[in-house]
Design a protein around this ligand. Structure first.
Ligand SMILES: Cc1cc2nc3c(=O)[nH]c(=O)nc-3n(C[C@H](O)[C@H](O)[C@H](O)COP(=O)(O)OP(=O)(O)OC[C@H]3O[C@@H](n4cnc5c(N)ncnc54)[C@H](O)[C@@H]3O)c2cc1C
Length: 362
């Protein structure tokens, strides 16, 4: 049985918040340190599709976390709603995939993981304008509404006694005898017992600052994504649609997201009129009914990019009380609950919920 009871988490996006929840549920005291306000970065900006785009083209390590998370999402969402009265809007509206050149791989993946699917017949395409190729309908795929999931998690954690230190950027660490003894932040020095870094796209840079000589620094870099929002009426679109690299996501109140770009522009989070036009064009070409509705919002976020999209979830091999849970690239919402559970399993010395090997810091 582990004797760990005090946890400090740096970074308060979906990964930090979900990780905090795991430790609260295990009876630990948790402090979250956040450079701005909780849940305002990539986790806020994402689409919330609870499936990677074409998961059969991605490493198995991603599927393992996706399947484990999705087994728990409905309960996670309803528990948070009951506890906070804020609805994360987990919603199994289904996903239509218009083009599947590798449909054999797709159906084999669905069979392997028990994901229901069917060939999408022409009735799915009455209101759509696209060339289809082996279209696939995945009726059980769900979404979550990012800002509400994040708000609900924060309220849950505050009610559970978690300390939030916001506007408190971590800039350095004091390391004694192979342990981080304290963090140096813009609001002063904070001593730590067990430390977990969940700083998303900033993790590569921060790790270099905290442990400059480490031979196993996480290789994480920002990848910008932009999304536009249509002010559509409820029931304009009933399910999510993926067409090539772009998607539409209808929220429960009718609003429809169209996303997303993939841009290597460093930590620049600005939105561009060129991408706004590109996304709006994709959306209105695919689903002409959207021409009736204005674009009312447009935003960007920085995904924590890793080479294969596999996150680092590991205890640091060189620094005894330091762990990292970061680098979820395009799938942090869907891999988040299982990543948080695995992180807690490793630190609390419980049986890991998935094989930890692929997520190790080398
Ligand atoms: C356009 C877009 C669409 C997406 N769509 C989906 C999707 O449909 N499904 C899906 O599963 N995923 C999606 N994602 C990916 C997902 O949003 C990310 O993988 C996930 O949000 C990463 O969560 P995080 O908590 O690691 O990062 P973040 O949410 O970025 O949180 C990191 C936090 O760390 C803080 N921080 C950084 N440095 C410091 C420091 N030095 N001191 C203190 N705090 C610090 C930051 O301020 C931030 O709050 C999308 C992302 C984008 C941008």
């Amino acid at each position: 049985m582990s004797k760990i009871s005090e946890i400090t988490i740096v970074g308060s996006g979906a990964i930090g918040l979900l990780t905090a929840r795991e430790f609260v549920n295990a009876g630990c005291s948790v402090t979250l340190i956040e450079k701005s306000l909780s849940g305002q970065e990539s986790s806020w900006a994402g689409g919330g599709i609870l499936l990677p785009l074409y998961p059969w083209r991605q490493p198995k390590a991603i599927s393992a976390l996706v399947i484990e998370s999705n087994a728990h999402y409905p309960r996670l969402s309803s528990d948070l709603f009951d506890a906070t009265q804020i609805n994360p809007e987990w919603y199994d509206c289904g996903l239509l995939i218009c083009k599947n050149p590798d449909s054999e791989l797709a159906t084999a993946w669905c069979d392997q993981y028990g994901i229901p699917y069917q060939k999408a017949d022409s009735t799915f395409f009455n209101d759509l304008n696209t060339q289809v190729e082996n279209p696939l309908w995945l009726p059980n795929i769900a979404q979550a509404r990012n800002p509400r999931l994040l708000k609900s998690l924060k309220v849950f954690l505050l009610n559970a006694g978690v300390i939030f230190k916001e506007n408190c950027e971590v800039i350095d660490a004091i390391i004694d005898n192979g342990r981080v003894s304290s963090l140096i932040t813009k609001l002063g020095t904070i001593s730590v017992d067990q430390l977990i870094i969940c700083t998303g796209a900033w993790t590569g840079e921060l790790s270099k600052k905290l442990i400059p000589d480490s031979v196993c620094a996480p290789d994480i870099a920002p990848v910008k994504g932009q999304i536009v929002l249509f002010d559509a009426k409820p029931d304009t679109l009933l399910h999510m649609i993926l067409d090539n690299d772009y998607y539409l996501i209808p929220r429960r109140d009718g609003k429809i997201l169209a996303g997303s770009s993939v841009e290597n522009t460093g930590f620049d989070k600005s939105i561009t009129s060129e991408t706004r036009e590109k996304l709006a064009y994709f959306a209105t070409e695919l689903f002409p009914k959207l021409k009736e509705f204005p674009v009312i919002n447009h935003w960007a976020g920085l995904r924590p990019g890793t080479k294969q999209g596999i996150p680092y979830i590991d205890k640091h091999p060189e620094i005894k009380n330091l762990s990292i849970n970061a680098g979820h690239y395009r799938n942090g919402l869907v891999m988040g609950p299982a990543s948080a559970k695995l992180m807690a399993d490793l630190i609390l010395e419980r049986k890991p919920c998935v094989d930890p090997e692929p997520y190790k810091l080398q």
